[in-house]
Design a protein around this ligand. Structure first.
Ligand code: NAD
Ligand code: UPG
Length: 329
């Protein structure tokens, strides 16, 4: 009874592997290391370097390790990059997820947890946005994830197969014990970029767009600590194993912070007053996304431990310092 984690060498996946190992699960990771790092994978987990769409490899892993559940993180994750390269995103996030699902069905793996995203909502009419809101992605990234969710629903209707789509809001922070964190090269995520800037790895931080219809004109996001997110996966996995059926959950705290508020938090926590430049809007950005987060708390009993922006930033900053002072590429 092993859990297969695709993308387990990545930022969120490496935290998930730690949480699974701590929970006593057997874990096998499949990752092509396109953005992940072999050394980020906890030593207790078996590791295969390969592509999630390599159906023969996935079937071999499932048979050899007696895989009974898949947690599927592997994918491409940068919103503006998806605007520039939609076909690349549809291939890696949608087409290759279809292959992974086909392998799961063929091999009889019945439980499938999927990394979806708040980006499937686009610019929602109501904020906080609940799971009942319609799909309205504003970027190829969001559309690529929406299509995967739609495939999962169809597969669950046709086969003995249960899925949970967790729609993450903005994931940030690092393992509180400092064992892993976000090591992504050429990072684009706000909190990581701000921490790099605070440490002098970048000359300044650009604020993309100051004329949005938000209180201070900058985009608002709901930042969730990566370790709370890993815990949400453990709960979702338990519910699927208990036969509770397919489900969709938002993963966020229900609180929004603007880009400028995040920049202030990073300055406060780091003690560094770095340069900030106001820049034009970035393609594909939604003005404001905040999670309606009741369903996961009520249904799965999720009780986050790190629901505090300064704590998230502190953990992210500590990891960034641990990575060293090499200039960000
Ligand atoms: N970081 C966020 O804020 C956020 C928010 C919502 C959803 N997500 C989703 O969570 C998942 C993990 O994101 P992350 O932030 O850890 O990103 P990441 O880039 O650190 O991790 C992705 C991992 O998948 C691997 N990978 C990519 N394509 C692959 C393929 N074809 N076959 C095998 N491995 C492959 C990469 O090498 C990497 O280790 C993604 O699916 C992403 O869309 C992330
Ligand atoms: O140097 C920077 C980086 C970001 N931002 C802004 O900060 C906000 C957050 O951006 P970012 O951290 O890149 O996250 P998102 O574009 O919101 O996307 C993240 O969050 C989504 C869920 O909401 C996930 O699905 C994506 O994978 C993940 O990249 C946006 O308004 C950006 O324009 C800046 O102003 N300057």
């Amino acid at each position: 009874m092993t859990v297969l984690v695709t993308g387990g060498a990545g930022y969120i996946g490496s935290h998930m592997v730690l949480a699974l190992v701590e929970a006593g699960e057997d874990v096998v990771v499949l990752d092509n290391l396109s953005t992940g790092f072999r050394e980020a994978v906890a030593p207790e987990a078996a590791f295969y370097r390969g592509d999630m769409a390599d159906e023969a490899l996935v079937m071999r892993i499932v048979a050899r390790h007696d895989v009974s559940a898949i947690i599927h993180f592997a994918g491409s994750i940068v919103v503006p990059e998806s605007v520039a390269d939609p076909l690349g995103y549809y291939l890696n996030n949608t087409v290759k997820s279809r292959s992974l699902m086909a392998s799961a069905v063929a091999a009889g793996v019945k439980n499938f947890l999927f990394s979806s995203t708040a980006a499937v909502y686009g610019d929602p009419a109501e904020v906080p946005v609940t799971e009942k809101a319609p799909f309205a992605p504003m970027s190829p990234y969001g559309t690529s994830k929406m299509m995967t969710e739609m495939m999962l629903a169809d597969v669950a209707a046709a086969h003995d197969f249960t899925y949970t789509a967790l729609r993450y809001f903005n994931v940030a922070g690092a393992d509180p014990e400092g064992r892993t964190g976000q090591s992504t090269a050429r990072a684009t995520h706000l909190i990581k970029v701000a921490c790099e800037t605070a440490l002098g790895k970048r000359s300044h931080l650009d604020v993309y767009g100051t004329d949005y219809p938000t209180p201070d004109g900058t985009c608002v996001r709901d930042y969730i600590h990566v370790s709370d997110l890993a815990n949400a996966h453990l709960l979702a996995l338990g519910a699927m194993r208990n036969g509770e059926g397919s489900a969709v959950f938002n993963c966020g705290y229900g609180k929004g912070f603007s880009v400028l508020e995040v920049v202030d938090a990073v300055k406060r926590v780091s003690g560094a007053d770095f340069a900030v430049k106001l820049a034009p809007r970035r393609p594909g950005d939604s003005p404001q996304i905040v999670a309606g987060a009741d369903r996961i708390r009520k249904t799965l009993g999720w009780a986050p431990k790190y629901d505090d922006l300064d704590t998230i930033v502190e953990h992210a900053f500590r990891w960034e310092r641990h990575l060293g002072l090499a200039k960000a590429s």
